[in-house]
Design a protein around this ligand. Structure first.
Ligand SMILES: *[C@@H]1O[C@H](CO)[C@@H](O)[C@H](O)[C@H]1NC(C)=O
Ligand SMILES: *[C@@H]1O[C@H](CO)[C@@H](O)[C@H](O)[C@H]1NC(C)=O
Length: 294
């Protein structure tokens, strides 16, 4: 008997609480959409007061960054105000009877947790709140294949393949297509980049490589052709470089000798006048050559 009374009391209090607050019902708690499509985010509410001061605020919290919610659209004083970022893409559907919104031309960046907050003064008891999680799927974008490293025999090379976006997380594969097809081990660097490392490359590693990126919505590929050249002795590039620097050194030496000699001749001609044959004498006098370094 005592328990029953207690339960009844609880029921009455909760009913009173409900009557004194806006009640929000989300007809769905998670929604999936393919990038580019429109999606309706449903939010119904129940209130006892007239709707003249109805206030609705929709916010979005990115799943990747739960601490930075942003405003999506607001209904206040009978007017809808869209966030400038979503201008022209978001609208209320049936306001003030419902708080549902439509989001057009969805992007993967629209994914997140959407919160519908409804208050209706003078109805007391705080606003009603509901949440719905939106996932935006996208096929892989065109991947970019790159290679870096040393493609001479014995060197190591890394092939990388990266996509800008793909939701859900894509599967990546590296294969060699020529001369015979074989699949190769891939190292994932995050979810959107896969690399293939080849150590001690030889001519057998030359050929056409393909990276395939796929998820439930699509598949994309990129290709890379690797040429491994054998290096017997110093490579031609190194030899040319050495020859070039040797030539440069010789030219510089010749130039400085010429400058030295010119400075002598000028000084000598001031000191001794321009006598015939003096240049030759001066030029070969060791003591005078030393003087120019002072
Ligand atoms: C969203 O798209 C629907 C259908 O194409 C269109 O009727 C509606 O006006 C669009 N809403 C916004 C806010 O662009
Ligand atoms: C590199 O490959 C060559 C032949 O392919 C082999 O003889 C050599 O031992 C390898 N070197 C290393 C460090 O694995």
């Amino acid at each position: 008997m005592g328990l029953w009374l207690l339960q009844a009391a609880c029921l009455v209090t909760s009913l009173l609480k409900c009557a004194g607050a806006v009640r929000v019902t989300m007809r769905q708690h998670s929604l999936d959409v393919v990038q580019g499509d429109s999606v309706m985010l449903p939010c119904s509410f129940f209130t006892m007061s007239p709707l003249s001061r109805l206030n609705i605020v929709w916010t979005k919290t990115p799943l990747s960054d739960p601490r930075s919610p942003s405003q999506v659209i607001v209904y206040d004083h009978g007017q809808a105000i869209e966030s400038p970022v979503l201008m022209g893409r978001v609208a209320f559907l049936d306001v003030p009877w419902r708080a549902d919104i439509i989001l057009n031309g969805t992007h993967t960046s629209d994914a997140g947790m959407y919160r519908c907050v409804v208050s209706n003064p003078p109805e007391a008891g705080g606003p009603g709140v509901g949440e719905v999680t939106l996932s935006v799927f996208a096929p892989p974008s065109l991947p970019l294949c790159l290679w870096e490293g040393d493609a001479s025999a014995g060197g190591s090379v890394t092939l990388s393949c990266a996509v800008q976006e793909a939701v859900p997380v894509p599967e990546m594969r590296w294969e060699k297509l020529e001369p015979e097809e074989m699949s190769l081990p891939i190292n994932m660097d995050g979810t959107l980049k896969g690399t293939l490392s080849i150590e001690n490359v030889s001519s057998q590693n030359s050929g056409l490589y393909r990276c395939t990126v796929s998820n439930t919505l699509g598949t994309q590929c990129c290709y890379i052709r690797l040429h491994v050249y054998s290096s017997l002795g110093p490579s031609p590039g190194v030899l040319q470089g050495a020859l070039l620097s040797l030539t440069m050194t010789l030219v510089l030496l010749a130039l400085s000798a010429l400058l030295l000699w010119l400075r002598h001749s000028v000084r000598m001609s001031w000191w001794q006048g321009e006598e015939d044959g003096c240049y030759n004498k001066i030029r070969y006098t060791p003591s005078l050559i030393r003087r120019t370094f002072v």
